[in-house]
Design a protein around this ligand. Sequence first.
Ligand SMILES: [Zn+2]
Length: 550
Amino acid sequence: MTGRGVHLKKMLHGLLAFLALGMAVGGQAQEQTQKPGIAAKAPARPKEPKENEARPQGAAANSTGALPATHGMIANAWWDREQQKMVTCTADPKAKNAGYAGASVKGGDSAWRMEVPAFAEELKFQTGGATRVVTFSLKARAAITMAGHKADAVTWLDGGTGTWTTSSVYGTLPFVDDYAKAHPVKADYGKTWTLSLPESAYLYDEKAAGAVPPEGWDLTFPHPLRGKAAGSDPDGAFYEEWATSPFADAYLTRLAETAVDSLGLGKGGGTDFLGVSYSTLDYVGHAYGPRSREIQDTLVRLDKDLGELFAHLDKRVGRGNYVVALSADHGVAPIPEDMQKTGADAGVLSLVELRERMEKALEPFNYGKPAIARISGSDVYFSPGVYDRLKSDAAAMKAVVGAAMSQPGVAELYRAEDLVDRPATQSPLRRAIAASYFPGRSGDLFIVPKAYWLMDSTPLGKPRDYGTGHGTPWNYDQHVPLLLMGYGIQPGQYHGNVTPADIAPTLASLCGVTLAPRDGRVLAEALAKTTRSGAPKKFPLPAEVDAAKP
Ligand SMILES: [Zn+2]
């Protein structure tokens, strides 16, 4: 047996229901129980729904084996009480971002707010550094949380400019620069996204009800990648279209294959880690929703991309010499206007109205204005000192909680004290939300929307600039695929509850690596008792491979 292999940690950002349809690999598809969350405005293009973007907690759970109450990455962004402003989960004042191919980019990002090491970091540390850790995504927070605090190459897209980007805390590898120069994103300018299957192969209506396409596109195929102006040069809208198209997934796949070839991943002295986060599914889901032809075609094409990637790994690394884990950081809600057509209770929970109601309720109690500093997704942050006063002011607390509960679409409201230290509780809702509560970062109050109600912070009177979102404890958000394939995996389907936090402990077990804090468990039922050659199930470390040599 050739024991060396590449560990592929793949994550899908976005919707999930069709993923099982898209996946042509052996493995397990399981239900997860971890709560995806809510959060805040993403910093860069392509556009994200305001205040309603999912937490990277799913992504970090996939990579660390811990839940947000442990790893601390509770949201894409949260209200920093000290600075009294929103901060993104990866913004690092000490880091400086750098663009590949000579381009300059702004900001600085790292995993400094992630409270635990990623599995990839532990792998590198515990195997003596021979491991190479390489990750790619369209989103900084995805590439960064997969890799951890240090890595050989962590690459994401500066969405507004189409620049492949890294940060001063990570290494740079020449092949990324070479690839970025040889294959600029703008080379896809003028291409057109058409359906890859006959029309009859797609479910549901041709036009997704309630969808809000990126600028320059409408509700029917084909979708030309010509930006807003459709001029001779790419504009910002082009890069948004690109990220919302299968061209981005195809690009990431080729980049991953190039990494395998250039670095000889899987053939070095250690177990290498390659992480690819396909962000397009998320962008398409936000714009067109889970019942659109766009999301279906994205999955059909992603399935092909994954097939190509696995074929490439078979050729370069060898089948059986690598293990793949595939999951998602969240699902998505149906577009509320689409769901309403069924007669179900569905709608939009206006966070702007909610805030006005709560402020008004506190007026008679002389808390000053604004009493609320920010509502970011589910998290309500009061102005400094207000919540401490409220805790001993029963009448005012009752008034403000009552006002929040009266807002259409609010199902439940928790106070920070209900969530701290992950209380033992019979309520699955409260348990799920407590798993995401991190003191200091989370809000003072926590709003849970009713199922099929979309939390939205669009200013009153303005149209929503996205179709739908995610970040609730309801099943359409929680239920994500979890597939394992390759070395040490026992093919089969398992129907028990699992969470993406189980991935890292499972991979760690295969590699003989120990994770310090761990909320997930080893998916022992999915691990082969012995390999075909009769060797122990543990993924061999280099020393063992050498020792086993004749
Ligand atoms: Zn999203």
